[in-house]
Structure formats: C-alpha cells, structure tokens
Design a protein around this ligand. Sequence first.
Ligand code: NAD
Ligand code: LMR
Length: 328
Amino acid sequence: MSSDPLKVAVTGAAGQIGYSLLFRLASGALAGDRPIELRLLEIEPALKALEGVVMELDDCAFPQLAGVQIGSDPEQIFDGVNLALLVGARPRGPGMERGDLLEANGAIFTAQGQALNKVAADDVRIGVTGNPANTNALIAMSNAPDIPQERFSALTRLDHNRAISQLAAKVGAPVTSIKQMTIWGNHSATQYPDLFHATVDGKVAAEVVDDQDWLENTFIPTVAKRGAAIIEARGSSSAASAASATIDAAHDWLFGSADNDWVSMAVRSDGSYDVPEGLVSSFPVVTEDGDWTIVQGLGIDEFSRARIDASTAELAEERDAVKELGLI
Ligand code: NAD
Ligand code: LMR
C-alpha cells in the first residue's frame, strides 16, 4: 500500500456528522497507519466553527494526520483528492421525508460534481452521504462527465448496519454471525432490507427468524424508518452512526470487503435485477481495491420483487424531478 498521504475531502465538515467523522478519519479508522490529509469544505458562514474543529483535531496530535486544509471553494479543496465524502447538505426535520430535500440540496451536488470533474485525482472515489443521497449522487455523477460513473456511490451502509443490528437482536446472535445482508433501492422509507439472502451462522436469516409477521411488519419498517425514529428521539438526525457507516463504506470500497461477505452500496445500475439502468440504487456488492461488483444470480421472489420495484420507482421519480429542475 502507498505511504503517500491519502487525500480525503469532507464537505459539510463543521456539521454534526463532520464532528464525528473527522476524528475517526484522522485516528486511522479509514486507512489504518497510512497518513491522511484532510480537505474540509464548508460554506463561508461555517468556516469559523470549522476553525474550532481543526483546533480540536490539532489537540488530538493524531500521528496519521498529515495535514488539514479548510475552505469554501470546492475547486481548491477538491484539488488532487483521492476520496471525496460529500456530507454537506441540509438534514430533514421531523415530519419530512428525505426526498423533500431535493430542491434545497440538489444544487450543491451540481457545483461539487463539476469541481471534482475539474480537479480531483485520477483515482478519485466519491461517496455521497448528504440526503437524498442516491439522487444527489446521480446529480454529482451527471455533472462530472470525465469521472467514470462507477466512482460514485451513495450511502446505504447505515441501513445495512441497522438491519444487521436488528436481526442480531431478534435471533440473539452476535452481529458477526450475520453475513450477506442486502439493502435494495433508495435510502428512504421505501428501501428493502432483505432477509432472504442474509444468513445467520450460514443459515438463511428468514428461515432462522421463521416469523413472516415480524419480518414484514416489524423488521422492514424499523430499518426503513430508523432515521425518522432517531430524529424523533434526538431532535436531530443520526450523526455518529452516519459517520461510522460513511467510514465503513469508504474503507471497504478502497480496501476490500470481508472475505465471503458482501456489503450494500448504492451505485449506478447496469440493469442488474431489473433495476432501471442509470439509477443510483442500492445493491449487494463485493468490493476490492476501489472497485465494486454487483453480486449476481440471487433469486428474487415475488415478495422481494414488489419491494425492490417500489423503491426503484421512487428513485425514477426523484430522477425525473431533478431533471425537471435542470440539475442533471
Ligand atoms: P448539519 O446541518 O449538522 O451539517 C451540514 C453541514 O453542511 C453544515 O455545516 C452546512 O454549513 C454544510 N453545508 C451546506 N451546504 C454546503 C455546501 N454547499 N458545501 C459544503 N458544506 C455545506 O447536518 P448533518 O447532520 O451533518 O447531516 C448532513 C447530511 O447528511 C444531511 O443531508 C443528512 O440528512 C444526511 N445524512 C445522511 C445519512 C445517510 O445514511 N445517507 C445519515 C445521516 C445523515
Ligand atoms: C438517517 O437515515 O438517519 C439519515 O438519512 C437521516 C434522516 O433524515 O433520516
């Protein structure tokens, strides 16, 4: 592995997620011992708060932190970055769906896509956490014609982790006994966490659970609406868990997913599993050295088909809405 510093951009760095994400990035959670250089993008009014966060980063004396640059100009901050974590966007409040943020947040991703297209390193990977994440990734991708489309992904790893945790609690097994979890579709209430391919100690999870009512009426809605439940309880949206999932996703993308397992990532559909080509939708993927491949050949029964179709129909609506807004 190269010992050159990995240049990682984080947008919205003075926000809630940033406050957890930056410290974990700097302490080696992403790249282990490899030095890391942070490039932190914020809007002008938040730069003073960001200076305070950088003072705290300094005060940690992280051995792996090779440098920090802050600013509000995406072309300056993204210059030469190997990884861009696009977090900066408005979060939803109580009673809102993530799709309600499209108009407020979509434009952020046109400008950032264009800037990445101009100045990022040739090997750049771009992970979108800011909501609505799938469609924001589509916007950034559409505005960066020179960056290969497979370099863009949106975060459904938080949903994936939530699904593992809910299943582990239900069956009374450690999270490490659960493999092959899949989130299909949109990072929204229509997402489909799939227990027909997940396993618990090598056995099909749906069979281990053996409780269709729980699967349908408790598990799926609990995972799909977990973000709203956290907003209701905390008064603001998930932050530490979102930062943790952002790192899990980037780590596995750059350095590989665990042997004999897969992860969920929202990536540009090539038409696999009849997900319309071009939508940024969540799939089971295996990752290696910065590349991902959609796991092929999984049987999809009627129950799963209906749910995948409902979520991808929502993604198609979001795509049409941003087309209408002139963002793609
Ligand atoms: P926050 O409001 O605390 O922070 C967002 C930050 O983004 C703010 O500091 C703001 O100044 C900054 N920002 C706004 N426009 C920007 C721009 N053009 N360039 C750079 N920075 C900009 O919000 P948060 O809690 O950190 O959440 C950030 C986003 O992540 C929200 O959209 C939220 O819904 C989303 N989120 C996604 C997931 C997921 O699983 N995909 C999970 C949690 C939160
Ligand atoms: C989450 O899933 O926690 C985030 O997407 C925040 C939200 O709006 O639910």
